[in-house]
Ligand binder design. Structure first.
Ligand SMILES: Nc1ncnc2c1ncn2[C@@H]1O[C@H](COP(=O)(O)OP(=O)(O)OP(=O)(O)O)[C@@H](O)[C@H]1O
Ligand SMILES: [Mg+2]
Length: 214
């Protein structure tokens, strides 16, 4: 089943970033985008994940035309169906790791599985204030927070940017397994071409267009 379908997207801020690009995601698929800094990868991720209405084109989530929905319908999809791992993570400073994850669990009314925390290697950080954690630990807390929501689609913007190779591989395995086990899907932005190749498909964003590289 197709979960997400974007057609003929174009967008500009100061200058045109991309033009007439289309992309789709089915259950159990992961799609990666690579490209130079500033090419518009995060912008595409924001458009696909309800956060930014494109200048041109349409995005369908399970055949609902996202940017034609009422604001409360759009919010509900964002909250219950989508999990967004941002390039810069927005944790609640002054709260512990556990409290940060608990908030997601409360909002989505979903349980926290200890095994997930263990597999992300953050079990021993739970009582610490997130402000006292390393960048890579904070990144993994933000990933836990997204997975606890049990989203139908994960949008991940450089989720392993702060991690060493081994930790990055472990974290990506958690994400790939999640997608497979939950019949979910993942849209991944990364600089890491090796990682992109672990996905079902990978594209390069260059010259305002997407080219399939895998
Ligand atoms: N909200 C905004 N307002 C104005 N310009 C923006 C906005 N968001 C992004 N831009 C501009 O759009 C261009 C693309 O930004 P984007 O964040 O999509 O790039 P990126 O490919 O994700 O880069 P990186 O690899 O560095 O994360 C940049 O020139 C950026 O300054
Ligand atoms: Mg970016």
């Amino acid at each position: 089943m197709t979960l997400l379908r974007a057609e003929n997207l174009s967008h500009a801020f100061d200058y045109e970033l991309f033009n007439d690009i289309s992309i789709s995601l089915r259950e159990r698929e992961s799609v990666a985008i690579v490209g130079r800094s500033g090419s518009g990868k995060s912008t595409i991720l924001h458009i696909l994940s309800t956060l930014l209405k494109p200048n041109g084109g349409e995005v369908f989530y399970k055949d609902k035309n996202l940017y034609k929905l009422k604001e409360d319908e759009l919010l509900s999809i964002r909250r219950y169906e989508m999990g967004i791992i941002f390039q810069s993570h927005y944790l609640f400073k002054g709260f512990t790791s556990f409290e940060n994850i608990k908030i997601a669990s409360l909002i989505s009314n979903k349980p926290i599985y200890k095994n997930l925390l263990r597999r992300l290697g953050i079990f021993n950080t739970l009582k610490k204030n997130v402000g006292d954690l390393s960048g890579g630990q904070q990144q993994r807390i933000s990933i836990a927070r997204v997975l606890v929501k049990s989203p139908k689609i994960i949008f991940a913007d450089e989720p392993t940017g702060n991690l060493d190779k081994q930790t990055a591989d472990d974290v990506m395995s958690v994400l790939f397994e999640y997608v497979y086990e939950k019949n979910s899907a993942m849209f991944l932005v990364t600089h890491d071409e090796e990682l992109a190749k672990r996905c079902t498909r990978a594209y390069r964003l260059k010259d305002k267009t997407l080219t399939l590289i895998l």
